[in-house]
Design a protein around this ligand. Structure first.
Ligand code: CMP
Length: 137
């Protein structure tokens, strides 16, 4: 079984669509093996997105991710990384397919409702960032 990390981002929590997203997770064959409601600190967000540190949008990304509560969710299923990316759609909601989470709920490329790990390796690392193995259900 493969793991991937979903984060329901502050824009989606503010819109109160976390229930819709969790329902889509369950209806699409993912098992929730960890879930938290937290408000990230700048240090946590900066560490999580360290790979984007040199990008021009890094500061805004950290600001946005710390602007309200978010919900990291560890997911498990066969081919979890690719299947989750398919279900969330393109980073930019304008380019996302109909019926995808970002098409339905995202505001923009930066306020894009959900996060998804971009590789199997990062799926493992990112799940571990929020959920120590001893807390995985
Ligand atoms: P996420 O999948 O969480 O991973 C990195 C995030 O950076 C991405 O979603 C977007 O929210 C954000 N991002 C990526 N590219 C851009 C961009 N060109 N402008 C603003 N934000 C971006």
């Amino acid at each position: 079984m493969e793991r991937t990390l979903c984060i329901i981002k502050p824009d989606a929590v503010k819109k109160n669509v976390q229930g819709n997203i969790i329902r889509m997770i369950s209806e699409n064959g993912f098992r929730i093996i960890g879930m938290r409601l937290i408000k990230l600190t700048s240090e946590q967000a900066g560490k999580f997105y360290a790979i984007h540190k040199e990008r021009p949008f890094f500061k805004d990304l950290v600001e946005f991710m710390t602007s309200g509560a978010c919900i990291p969710i560890a997911l498990e299923r066969e081919n979890a990384v690719a299947e989750w990316r398919k279900l969330i759609g393109a980073t930019d909601p304008a380019e996302a397919e109909e019926g995808t989470i970002r098409k339905l709920f995202a505001n923009s490329k930066s306020e894009n409702a959900v996060h998804g790990s971009d590789s199997v390796e990062n799926g493992k690392i990112e799940v571990g960032f929020f959920f120590p193995e001893s807390e995985i259900i």
